[in-house]
Write a protein that binds this ligand. Structure first.
Ligand code: FAD
Length: 414
């Protein structure tokens, strides 16, 4: 892959994209849809850094790609998807973050369409019953069947991996800070751990172990809100953001996944009422026929926020045991012990976690440089909100790009 200026300085550990990326060489390959678009945009000198490869970052990167603006995704973990991820097991898959999306989710529908995965959308089979605080199960009208709930046949990571394909991405790269460089008219993003100390006069000084990694003409911060706050605290140009990001609230969430001998419950999922220890319990194989295995079922149990706080204090083995015992107390037909089990700890954003609001109300615009926020902490706590914020953020950044060299996307493709 050819490198653009600044990028040769970094040591790549793993990079996605490559020859598929339209800006990797001079011959742009435009899709028929892009060919019909005529727009004049400013070409940045450096790529736009999209930090975080959850659905918000992926939506942003795909929007930039559609607009023919070079970007690079930077992700602290080894794979894209963030909280819209799927756990692959031995022959099974379980959506342990985003559980379902809605047919009416337009941004997600457009993203799914953009990678040609429309046919992989399936209405969730089976209904959702309600689990009351006293442990009894309430059956809603029509068995809780709601065909507006959708999933993807083999899991949501089919979507996130599909969206990441063809976009240059640096994985295992935790961004620690973003610095605005006035002379270069660009951001540097820095990787590593940032520690603050006090010098002998009590002034804060920064640990030097971080290093400047990549110059970016614009930045879209699409991490979780808590990670964004840590980055803003370490980034003088973004200090204005800290109060807004400090108001972002998450619930800790402990999710355990159990493989058990095959069950056929009269529902696909239980949704916990306030006060119930279990917030959500889903039979993943009852969700989409493609996932059903003849011999076993896969159950994802998400603990409520209150109970998760207790579980986090336990060892993982103890926590999984407690979750399974609770699930058995509710569903007496579960076998005495699962065939296998695993777990995941999450942050689930709450409804109150959108204090930052819409782009025109975002409190920061460092040096009038292209910068934007994306993620479910910007608009709301659903995958659709996160995706929509990514699209909005990308358009926002492109609109802010300094006028350098305009080009017509159509002509470059000729
Ligand atoms: C258990 C659970 C169930 C849910 N159920 C549903 C549901 O049924 N329907 C629904 O619509 N939504 C659901 N949601 C919410 C939905 O999953 C989220 O709204 C959405 O996935 C958030 O996407 P995001 O891109 O904003 O954040 P994330 O997916 O969290 O992406 C942020 C990314 O940034 C990366 N990152 C963080 N810090 C750094 C750093 N310093 N440097 C580099 N990268 C960094 C992270 O590793 C991550 O990949 C659920 C969430 C959870 C946890």
């Amino acid at each position: 892959m050819e490198h653009w200026s600044g990028i040769g300085k970094i040591q790549w550990r793993h990079i996605g994209g490559g020859p598929d990326c339209p800006w990797a060489n001079n011959s742009l390959r435009l899709s028929p849809r892009q060919r019909s678009v005529t727009m004049k945009i400013n070409k940045p000198r450096h790529p736009i850094a999209v930090i975080g490869s959850g659905i918000a970052g992926l939506a942003a990167a795909n929007t930039l790609r559609d607009l023919q603006v070079p970007c690079v995704l930077v992700e602290r973990f080894g794979r894209p998807g963030g909280r819209m991820n799927t756990r692959p097991g031995d022959g099974w898959t379980a959506d342990h973050g985003t559980r379902y999306i809605r047919r009416s989710d337009q941004t997600l529908a457009a993203l799914i369409r953009s990678i040609g995965y429309e046919q992989r959308r399936v209405s969730v089979q089976g209904g959702v019953h309600r689990l009351l605080a006293n442990g009894t199960i309430e059956v809603p009208p029509h068995g809780g069947l709601d065909l507006d709930r959708m999933c993807l046949d083999l899991g949501f990571n089919v979507l996130t991996a599909g969206l990441a394909h063809g976009i240059p991405a640096i994985f295992d790269a935790p961004v620690a800070a973003i610095r605005w460089d006035n002379s270069a008219n660009a951001f540097w993003w820095e990787e590593g751990q940032v520690f603050w100390f006090e010098d002998d006069k009590g002034e804060p000084i920064r640990d030097r172990t971080t290093r400047e990694v990549l110059k970016a003409s614009g930045v879209i911060l699409a991490t979780t809100g808590t990670a964004a706050r840590a980055i803003a605290e370490n980034s003088p140009a973004l200090h204005d953001l800290v109060p807004a990001l400090s108001a972002v609230k998450y619930d800790s969430c402990y999710a355990a996944i159990f493989k058990i001998p095959r069950q056929q419950p009269p529902f696909y999922a239980l949704e916990g009422a306030p006060g119930a220890r279990i917030a959500w319990l889903a039979f993943e194989d009852a969700k989409a026929p493609e996932r059903a295995a003849p011999e076993y079922s896969v159950v994802v149990v998400q603990a409520s926020a209150a109970w998760s706080a207790e579980l986090m204090a336990k060892s993982d083995a103890e926590a999984m045991e407690a979750v399974y015992t609770e699930a058995r107390a509710v569903l007496s037909f579960l076998p005495e012990s699962p065939i296998s089990q695993t777990y995941k700890r999450w942050n689930v954003s709450q409804l109150v976690s959108a204090p930052i609001g819409l782009p025109d109300r975002w409190p920061v615009n460092p040096e009038s440089a292209p910068f934007s926020l994306a993620g479910d902490y910007v608009l709301g706590p659903r995958a659709e909100d996160a995706a929509r914020s990514g699209v909005v953020a990308a358009r926002q950044v492109v609109a802010q790009l300094p006028a350098r060299r305009s080009f017509l996307g159509l002509e470059l493709g000729a």
